[in-house]
Design a binder for this molecule. Sequence first.
Ligand code: CCH
Length: 292
Amino acid sequence: QSAKVAANFVPTKEDYIKVYNKIAQVIDDAGEYDDGSYGPVLVRLAWHASGTYDKDSKTGGSNYATMRFEPESLHGANAGLKVARDLMGQVKQEFPWISYGDLWTLAGVAAIQEMAGPHIPWRPGRIDGFAAQATPDGRLPDATQGADHLRNIFYRMGFNDQEIVALSGAHALGRCHRDRSGFEGPWTFSPTTVTNDYFKLLFNESWVWKKWDGPKQLEDKKTKSLMMLPTDYVLVQDRSFKKYAKQYAESQDLWFKDFSSAVSRLFELGVPTSQWVSSEPWIMPTVEEQEA
Ligand code: CCH
């Protein structure tokens, strides 16, 4: 396949919808992989591509898709994301005009929306960068730590306590893999559907330390089939975090609204305003909405 793009080709929203639809197809075409969906690992890719942002130096973020390069691709926090990058490499072959940063964040948006989550306002404009723009290790959160660490990491990106809690609800999705992070298991019983169950479970289950040879994690006392990371559990221990977690446990609508705006901002971190092709983010229609 040719990677050549006609010099005068200016993609429209319709072209990005075609990419969105292709991603939606790839997500579902997961066979026996995990819980039958590539959605969760694509959300993690978009988040790790964006969450390296440092508001003071204005470095990192989704703009240059520097996780393509070593050593960033080899950072411990990014273990297992090659699966997601390779999947998106296939999509890029079919749509060579899209930048990696736009592709990865659009994949995060498509994954959340196709897994029954809220619409995530999104717009294109990220450009491909170089290895020299790759970020240093240690910018993404470390699951073994506590509230101070979470605040240090997310305040650096420009988020507040409420947004930290809202973003953490993404752990309704997917699972931990022993061979990636060292942790093991899913957070919820429906890891391929966006729900506020993560918050409900944090409050409604009793969480005990898992007795095993792996890193410190919690398990639900009743079924022992769910997990929480130390950083997840902090959301019901820290007084300020707990207030928001409680609100999100009580109202999925409220969480959807706050999650949508926080994720939309997360995926735009590090992109200079002048690069956006549109003054406002777009709402990308789901596959179902397009068929209606
Ligand atoms: Fe996360 N996350 N995450 N996370 N994460 C892991 C997996 C997912 C932390 C640690 C881990 C966010 C915040 C945090 C997802 C989305 C988000 C894993 C397991 C660890 C460890 C990786 C593995 O073994 O495969 C920590 C610490 C934080 C601190 O806040 C945020 C924010 C988001 C998105 C908005 C998703 C989705 C997964 C599942 C991936 C999969 O492959 O199933």
